[in-house]
Design a protein around this ligand. Structure first.
Ligand code: GLA
Length: 638
């Protein structure tokens, strides 16, 4: 570990059955030895509460703690994470383990932070058992106060679903056809909260027994089941697990987007890349190996996007168990001939020289609105089109800005947006009155907004906002939409931009009427030919663009270029294609990350003199060579 520059180890994540081999019977001697050994070696510990995989004795004694799917199938022990989040047997056993762990290790000098559970919801994001049904009812009582309130919110007059008592209400178990959409949405809210209660139950023990030690749990990038905005407020440090697929050319963009989310979830605080793989994973159909330099490049990318630490799953590749074909820092074979080990050691050595980066932050003038509730609602079935996927829409915007090296924060609708120049709203299907008002306020005060189709359609109960689409944004956008014309799988639609070129729209088209907006592009095919497709409207001091389709990638880039120009947004640096440029700054420093995602060398123009922190070499204005997947971290002004 010292050779690899390791200074923090996540420990004990799946060790419950060894730490507590029988109920209340703890065996810490072997664990003490590991903690002490790490401490003696100058390595600190991200100590797991070890509750992610319940031991066999627990499910044997309490079979009711096993999770149940919507169709009644029970998930049995034999893998991991086999617990119902609402199970009292699980929760109290977990808390008593945490109590014992905290009592034993709160004062241990190696302890740096607590790692609660692991990847909450990864395998079992929700449970439909009877205990979950009871907990769901309690959650609903809290939310609505009365059965009538619930009936209104769920629109239960439709299909004869009106409830007359709480006892009749169930989670959305498997039904003949679509369950009530408002019920489904509430169940998603409840399920995220139920897991959060598990986390909170453990955190409360830690706060009591070891108040000075920060607490985290590892997120999984854009993980649909958990509302990470809510979760992140309960963490001292945001941490993320990132497993981009080396076989997918969009992986660099996706990992950047996930990094931007983590920085934004922590409201700008540095975060930690808790897990990445040194080389291959084991859980895809084909587990393509990382190219030479790719692990190092993606590690630097996390730093560029605001991480102050880079870690791995896992230290040593195992001999047995379900993950023995997952790569590790220490592979099965000899170290001296392993390119993976060599890259791990290089990275460890380099990171030791990057202290100047710690505590600085990436600054963004652009925010993209992202809301879990809207994501859940958008992707419920029974819509004009099932082709609208939240992440595809988000990525369509983000790819253009990633390619242009414009740094983007993620923001929650309703956040104070006043520090941004440009706000993007990809398909904000569900919106609250407050969030709609804050967006209008942002534009009126001089901001630029780009919003796409099928936004502002429902309220938080998932009821249509009547009065023409998109009701809450009609004045802001200077348009209204008469009806939707979703595109089938085989069909695109022609677009003509006001300044000439022909382009394509994907997924969606609609019949837009103007109320003050000007036309940026019209549809050029179908019966909508000649009608507005993309519009721009001056509202107050600001400008609001509206996209009535998803423009093809080139056109999306052009529209966002227009929006950036109108908002005065600049890229972090002007660099050749395939090179990512991100700036971190703070405490008088400006640090420019240059990351070459290509497998050939490039010369990158550099405007300011400085020092390349990767190797300490001086940087002069002019062309800077970057090797294939090469990186530079330039502290400017030195
Ligand atoms: C997740 C888990 C790890 C391991 C890896 C494999 O990130 O937290 O325990 O299973 O996936 O990629």
């Amino acid at each position: 570990m010292q050779e690899a520059g390791v200074n923090l180890v996540s420990l004990g994540i799946f060790s419950w059955s060894r730490l507590e081999p029988a109920e209340g019977n703890f065996d810490f001697d072997w664990f003490d030895r590991v903690m002490d050994l790490l401490h003696e070696g100058g390595i600190r510990v991200d100590l797991a509460t070890a509750t992610a995989s319940p031991p066999p004795w627990l499910s044997h004694q309490h079979p009711e703690m096993l999770p149940v799917l919507a169709d009644g199938v029970k998930l049995w022990p034999g893998a991991r994470q086999h617990y119902c989040p609402s199970s009292e047997a699980y929760r109290s056993a977990a808390r008593s383990l945490v109590e014992a762990m905290a009592q034993r290790y709160a004062g241990h000098p190696a302890l740096a932070m607590w790692h609660v559970g692991n990847e909450f919801g990864c395998h079992v994001p929700a449970c439909w058992c009877d205990a979950s049904a009871a907990a769901f009812r309690a959650w609903l009582r809290d939310r609505y106060g009365s059965v009538d309130g619930l009936n209104d919110a769920w629109g239960t007059d439709f299909w004869s679903q009106r409830y007359s008592s709480w006892d009749e209400i169930l989670p959305p178990r498997r039904t003949p056809t679509w369950p009530n959409p408002s019920q489904q949405l509430d169940f998603m809210r409840f399920s995220s909260d139920a897991l959060l209660e598990c986390y909170e139950g453990e955190r409360e023990v830690l706060a009591r027994l070891s108040p000075d030690i920060p607490v985290t749990t590892n997120f999984m990038s854009f993980f649909k089941p958990l509302d990470y905005w809510k979760w992140a407020t309960r963490e001292d440090i945001v941490s993320n697990d990132s497993y981009p697929d080396p076989a997918d050319s969009r992986s660099g963009m996706r990992a950047a987007l996930a990094g931007d989310l983590m920085r934004s979830l922590g409201r700008g605080r540095p975060w930690i890349l808790m897990e990445q793989t040194a080389n291959r994973v084991n859980w895809r159909d084909v587990n393509v190996a990382k190219e030479p330099g790719q692990m190092r490049l993606w590690s630097y990318q996390a730093l560029a996007r605001g991480a102050d630490g880079v870690m791995f799953f896992q230290w040593r590749q195992s001999r047995a168990g379900a993950e023995k074909h997952h790569s590790a820092m220490v592979p099965h074979g000899p170290l001296d001939v392993s390119p993976t080990w060599n890259e791990v050691v290089t990275l460890g050595r380099e990171l030791a020289g990057l202290d100047a980066v710690c505590g600085s932050q990436s600054q963004a003038d652009v925010a993209m609105l992202f809301d879990w509730e809207s994501w859940w609602a958008l992707e419920l079935p029974s819509k004009p089109s099932n082709r609208i996927h939240q992440m595809e829409q988000v990525e369509a915007y983000y790819q253009a800005l990633f390619d242009a090296n414009v740094t983007v924060d993620l923001a929650r609708p309703g956040d104070d947006l006043s520090r941004y120049r440009l706000v993007l709203a990809p398909n904000l299907y569900l919106v609250s009155d407050e969030a709609a008002a804050s967006l209008a306020g942002f534009v009126e005060a001089g901001g630029t907004l780009v919003m796409s189709f099928f936004s502002g359609i429902v309220d938080p109960a998932e009821h249509i906002r009547l009065g023409g689409y998109p009701k809450p944004f009609q004045d802001l956008l200077g348009i209204h939409v008469i009806d939707f014309h979703p595109l089938s799988y085989e069909r695109d639609i022609g677009l003509r931009l006001a300044d000439g070129p022909l382009a394509r729209g994907e997924v969606w088209s609609e019949d837009i009427r103007l109320h003050g907006a000007e036309v940026v592009a019209t549809f050029s095919t179908s019966h909508l030919a000649g009608r507005p497709a993309i519009t721009r409207h001056r509202a107050g001091q600001g400008t609001a663009f509206y996209l009535g389709t998803r423009p093809d990638p080139k056109t999306m880039a052009r529209v966002l270029e227009m929006a950036c120009a109108s908002a005065g947004v600049e890229p972090a640096a002007t660099v050749p294609g395939g090179v990512e440029a991100v700036r971190r700054s703070g405490r008088g420093k400006s640090i420019l990350f240059l990351l070459n995602h290509r497998d050939v060398a490039v010369d990158v123009p550099v405007a300011e003199a400085g020092t390349n922190l990767v190797d300490g070499s001086p940087v002069h204005p002019g062309l800077m060579p970057l090797g294939p997947r090469g990186v530079a971290v330039i502290r400017e002004g030195w």
